[in-house]
Design a protein around this ligand. Structure first.
Ligand code: FAD
Length: 316
């Protein structure tokens, strides 16, 4: 049961969700080959050996620096053949999910996205997946020989089990058809910490009253080494960039800690945060629905509470 793992790169480094994918494949027991596409730090790639990859391939063609779904799916399909791998494991992310669907179609594989646990192989090959934006789970059998498994964040713990491995260059011939979709521009996240990857998120809602008040949230985020997020109306009004919008129609986060400030807790916002380990809510309305989903809550004015919290954390 040879397994190929597609690892995603951000600013040359491996994303945490991809380390989890390598750890997941290692825990499945197969020989694991990891593959990265586009520019990547070589020592970061070599370190994939620590998380369970026996082999690391790097397709460094500069055309792959742009995340074009067709091209990525072509390379992964070829790599699955070359490696004799029947299973592809990757992250259920904005890149991983569409790539997973294309590869599964190309190779005639069973596909499961948002997978949360290792497969149960006692009777077939059954995986548990999160459905209805995290409100329920489904168990599905992947019955085809070839399988594509896209993992929800935190499906496996990225722990060190080995040591660095050599990185092998992987060359592919790419055609114009692989680049039928053109990326005209891409927006770089401004925060120091990438929102989908963050361990801590400080998020603001309409209760922050305006873009000019975001400084107190940025200061809190900086103190905690957190990413900043926001509710949909906040990005719709242009107070914050769209890539910070958290929720059903935005980024889905799964940090250790989500701090929601001046956000009411509408169901569409909760859909993006309900995989957080701990939720802290700061809201001046004691009846705000978000308190029902909170592990800790502070009823108070954000403009009083947040600066005090930041000062206390700095002093700690
Ligand atoms: P509000 O609902 O206006 O809440 C502001 C909160 O701030 C209130 O609870 C208030 O008590 C509190 N507050 C006010 N002043 C202060 C203060 N000084 N200190 C502390 N607290 C204060 N929303 C999302 O966020 N993400 C989504 O992905 C999303 N997708 C949607 C999809 C659809 C199809 C639809 C219909 C809606 C979607 N929404 C989404 C919108 C969602 O329904 C809510 O309208 C939105 O989340 C509310 O944003 P908010 O909490 O910032 O604002």
């Amino acid at each position: 049961m040879s397994i190929l793992v597609f690892v995603e790169i951000a600013e040359g480094q491996i994303k945490k969700t991809s380390l989890e994918a390598v750890a997941y494949a290692h825990a499945m027991g197969g020989p694991v080959t990891a593959i990265a596409l586009g520019a990547a730090d070589q020592s970061a790639l070599a370190s994939l050996g620590k998380y369970g990859a026996q082999k690391v391939l790097h397709a460094a063609d500069e055309k792959l620096n742009k995340e074009v779904i067709q091209a990525y799916a072509s390379v992964l399909t070829k790599a699955l053949q070359d490696e004799g791998a029947d299973i592809l494991v990757l992250a259920s992310s904005s890149l991983g999910t569409p790539v997973a669907a294309r590869v599964a179609t190309k190779i005639g594989a069973s596909l499961a996205t948002n997978v949360t646990e290792l497969p149960d192989t006692t009777a077939g090959f059954v995986v548990k997946r999160s459905i209805y934006t995290g409100k329920a789970f489904a168990k599905v059998t992947l019955s085809n020989t070839k399988k594509v498994i896209a993992l929800k964040k935190n499906a496996a713990e990225a722990k060190e089990v080995g040591s660095d491995v050599a990185v092998t260059p992987y060359s592919v011939t790419l055609s114009d058809a692989d680049f039928a979709t053109k990326i005209l521009s891409s927006e770089k996240a401004t925060g120091e910490v990438l929102l989908p990857e963050a361990n801590i998120v400080v998020s603001g809602g309409r209760g922050m009253k305006g873009a000019e008040h975001w400084g107190i949230l940025e200061e809190l985020a900086k103190t905690l080494h957190a990413a900043t997020g926001c509710s949909k109306p906040v990005s719709d009004m242009g107070w914050r960039p769209h890539h910070e919008h958290v929720g059903q129609t935005g980024v889905k986060v799964a940090p250790q800690l989500y701090i929601a400030v001046g956000i009411s807790g509408a169901i569409q916002h909760l859909a993006g945060v309900n995989s957080s380990k701990y939720i802290v809510v700061i809201n001046k309305d004691a009846d705000a629905p978000f308190f029902k989903a909170a592990d800790y809550g502070i009823v108070g004015d954000a403009f009083d509470v947040v600066p005090k919290l930041t000062e206390a954390l700095k002093a700690a």
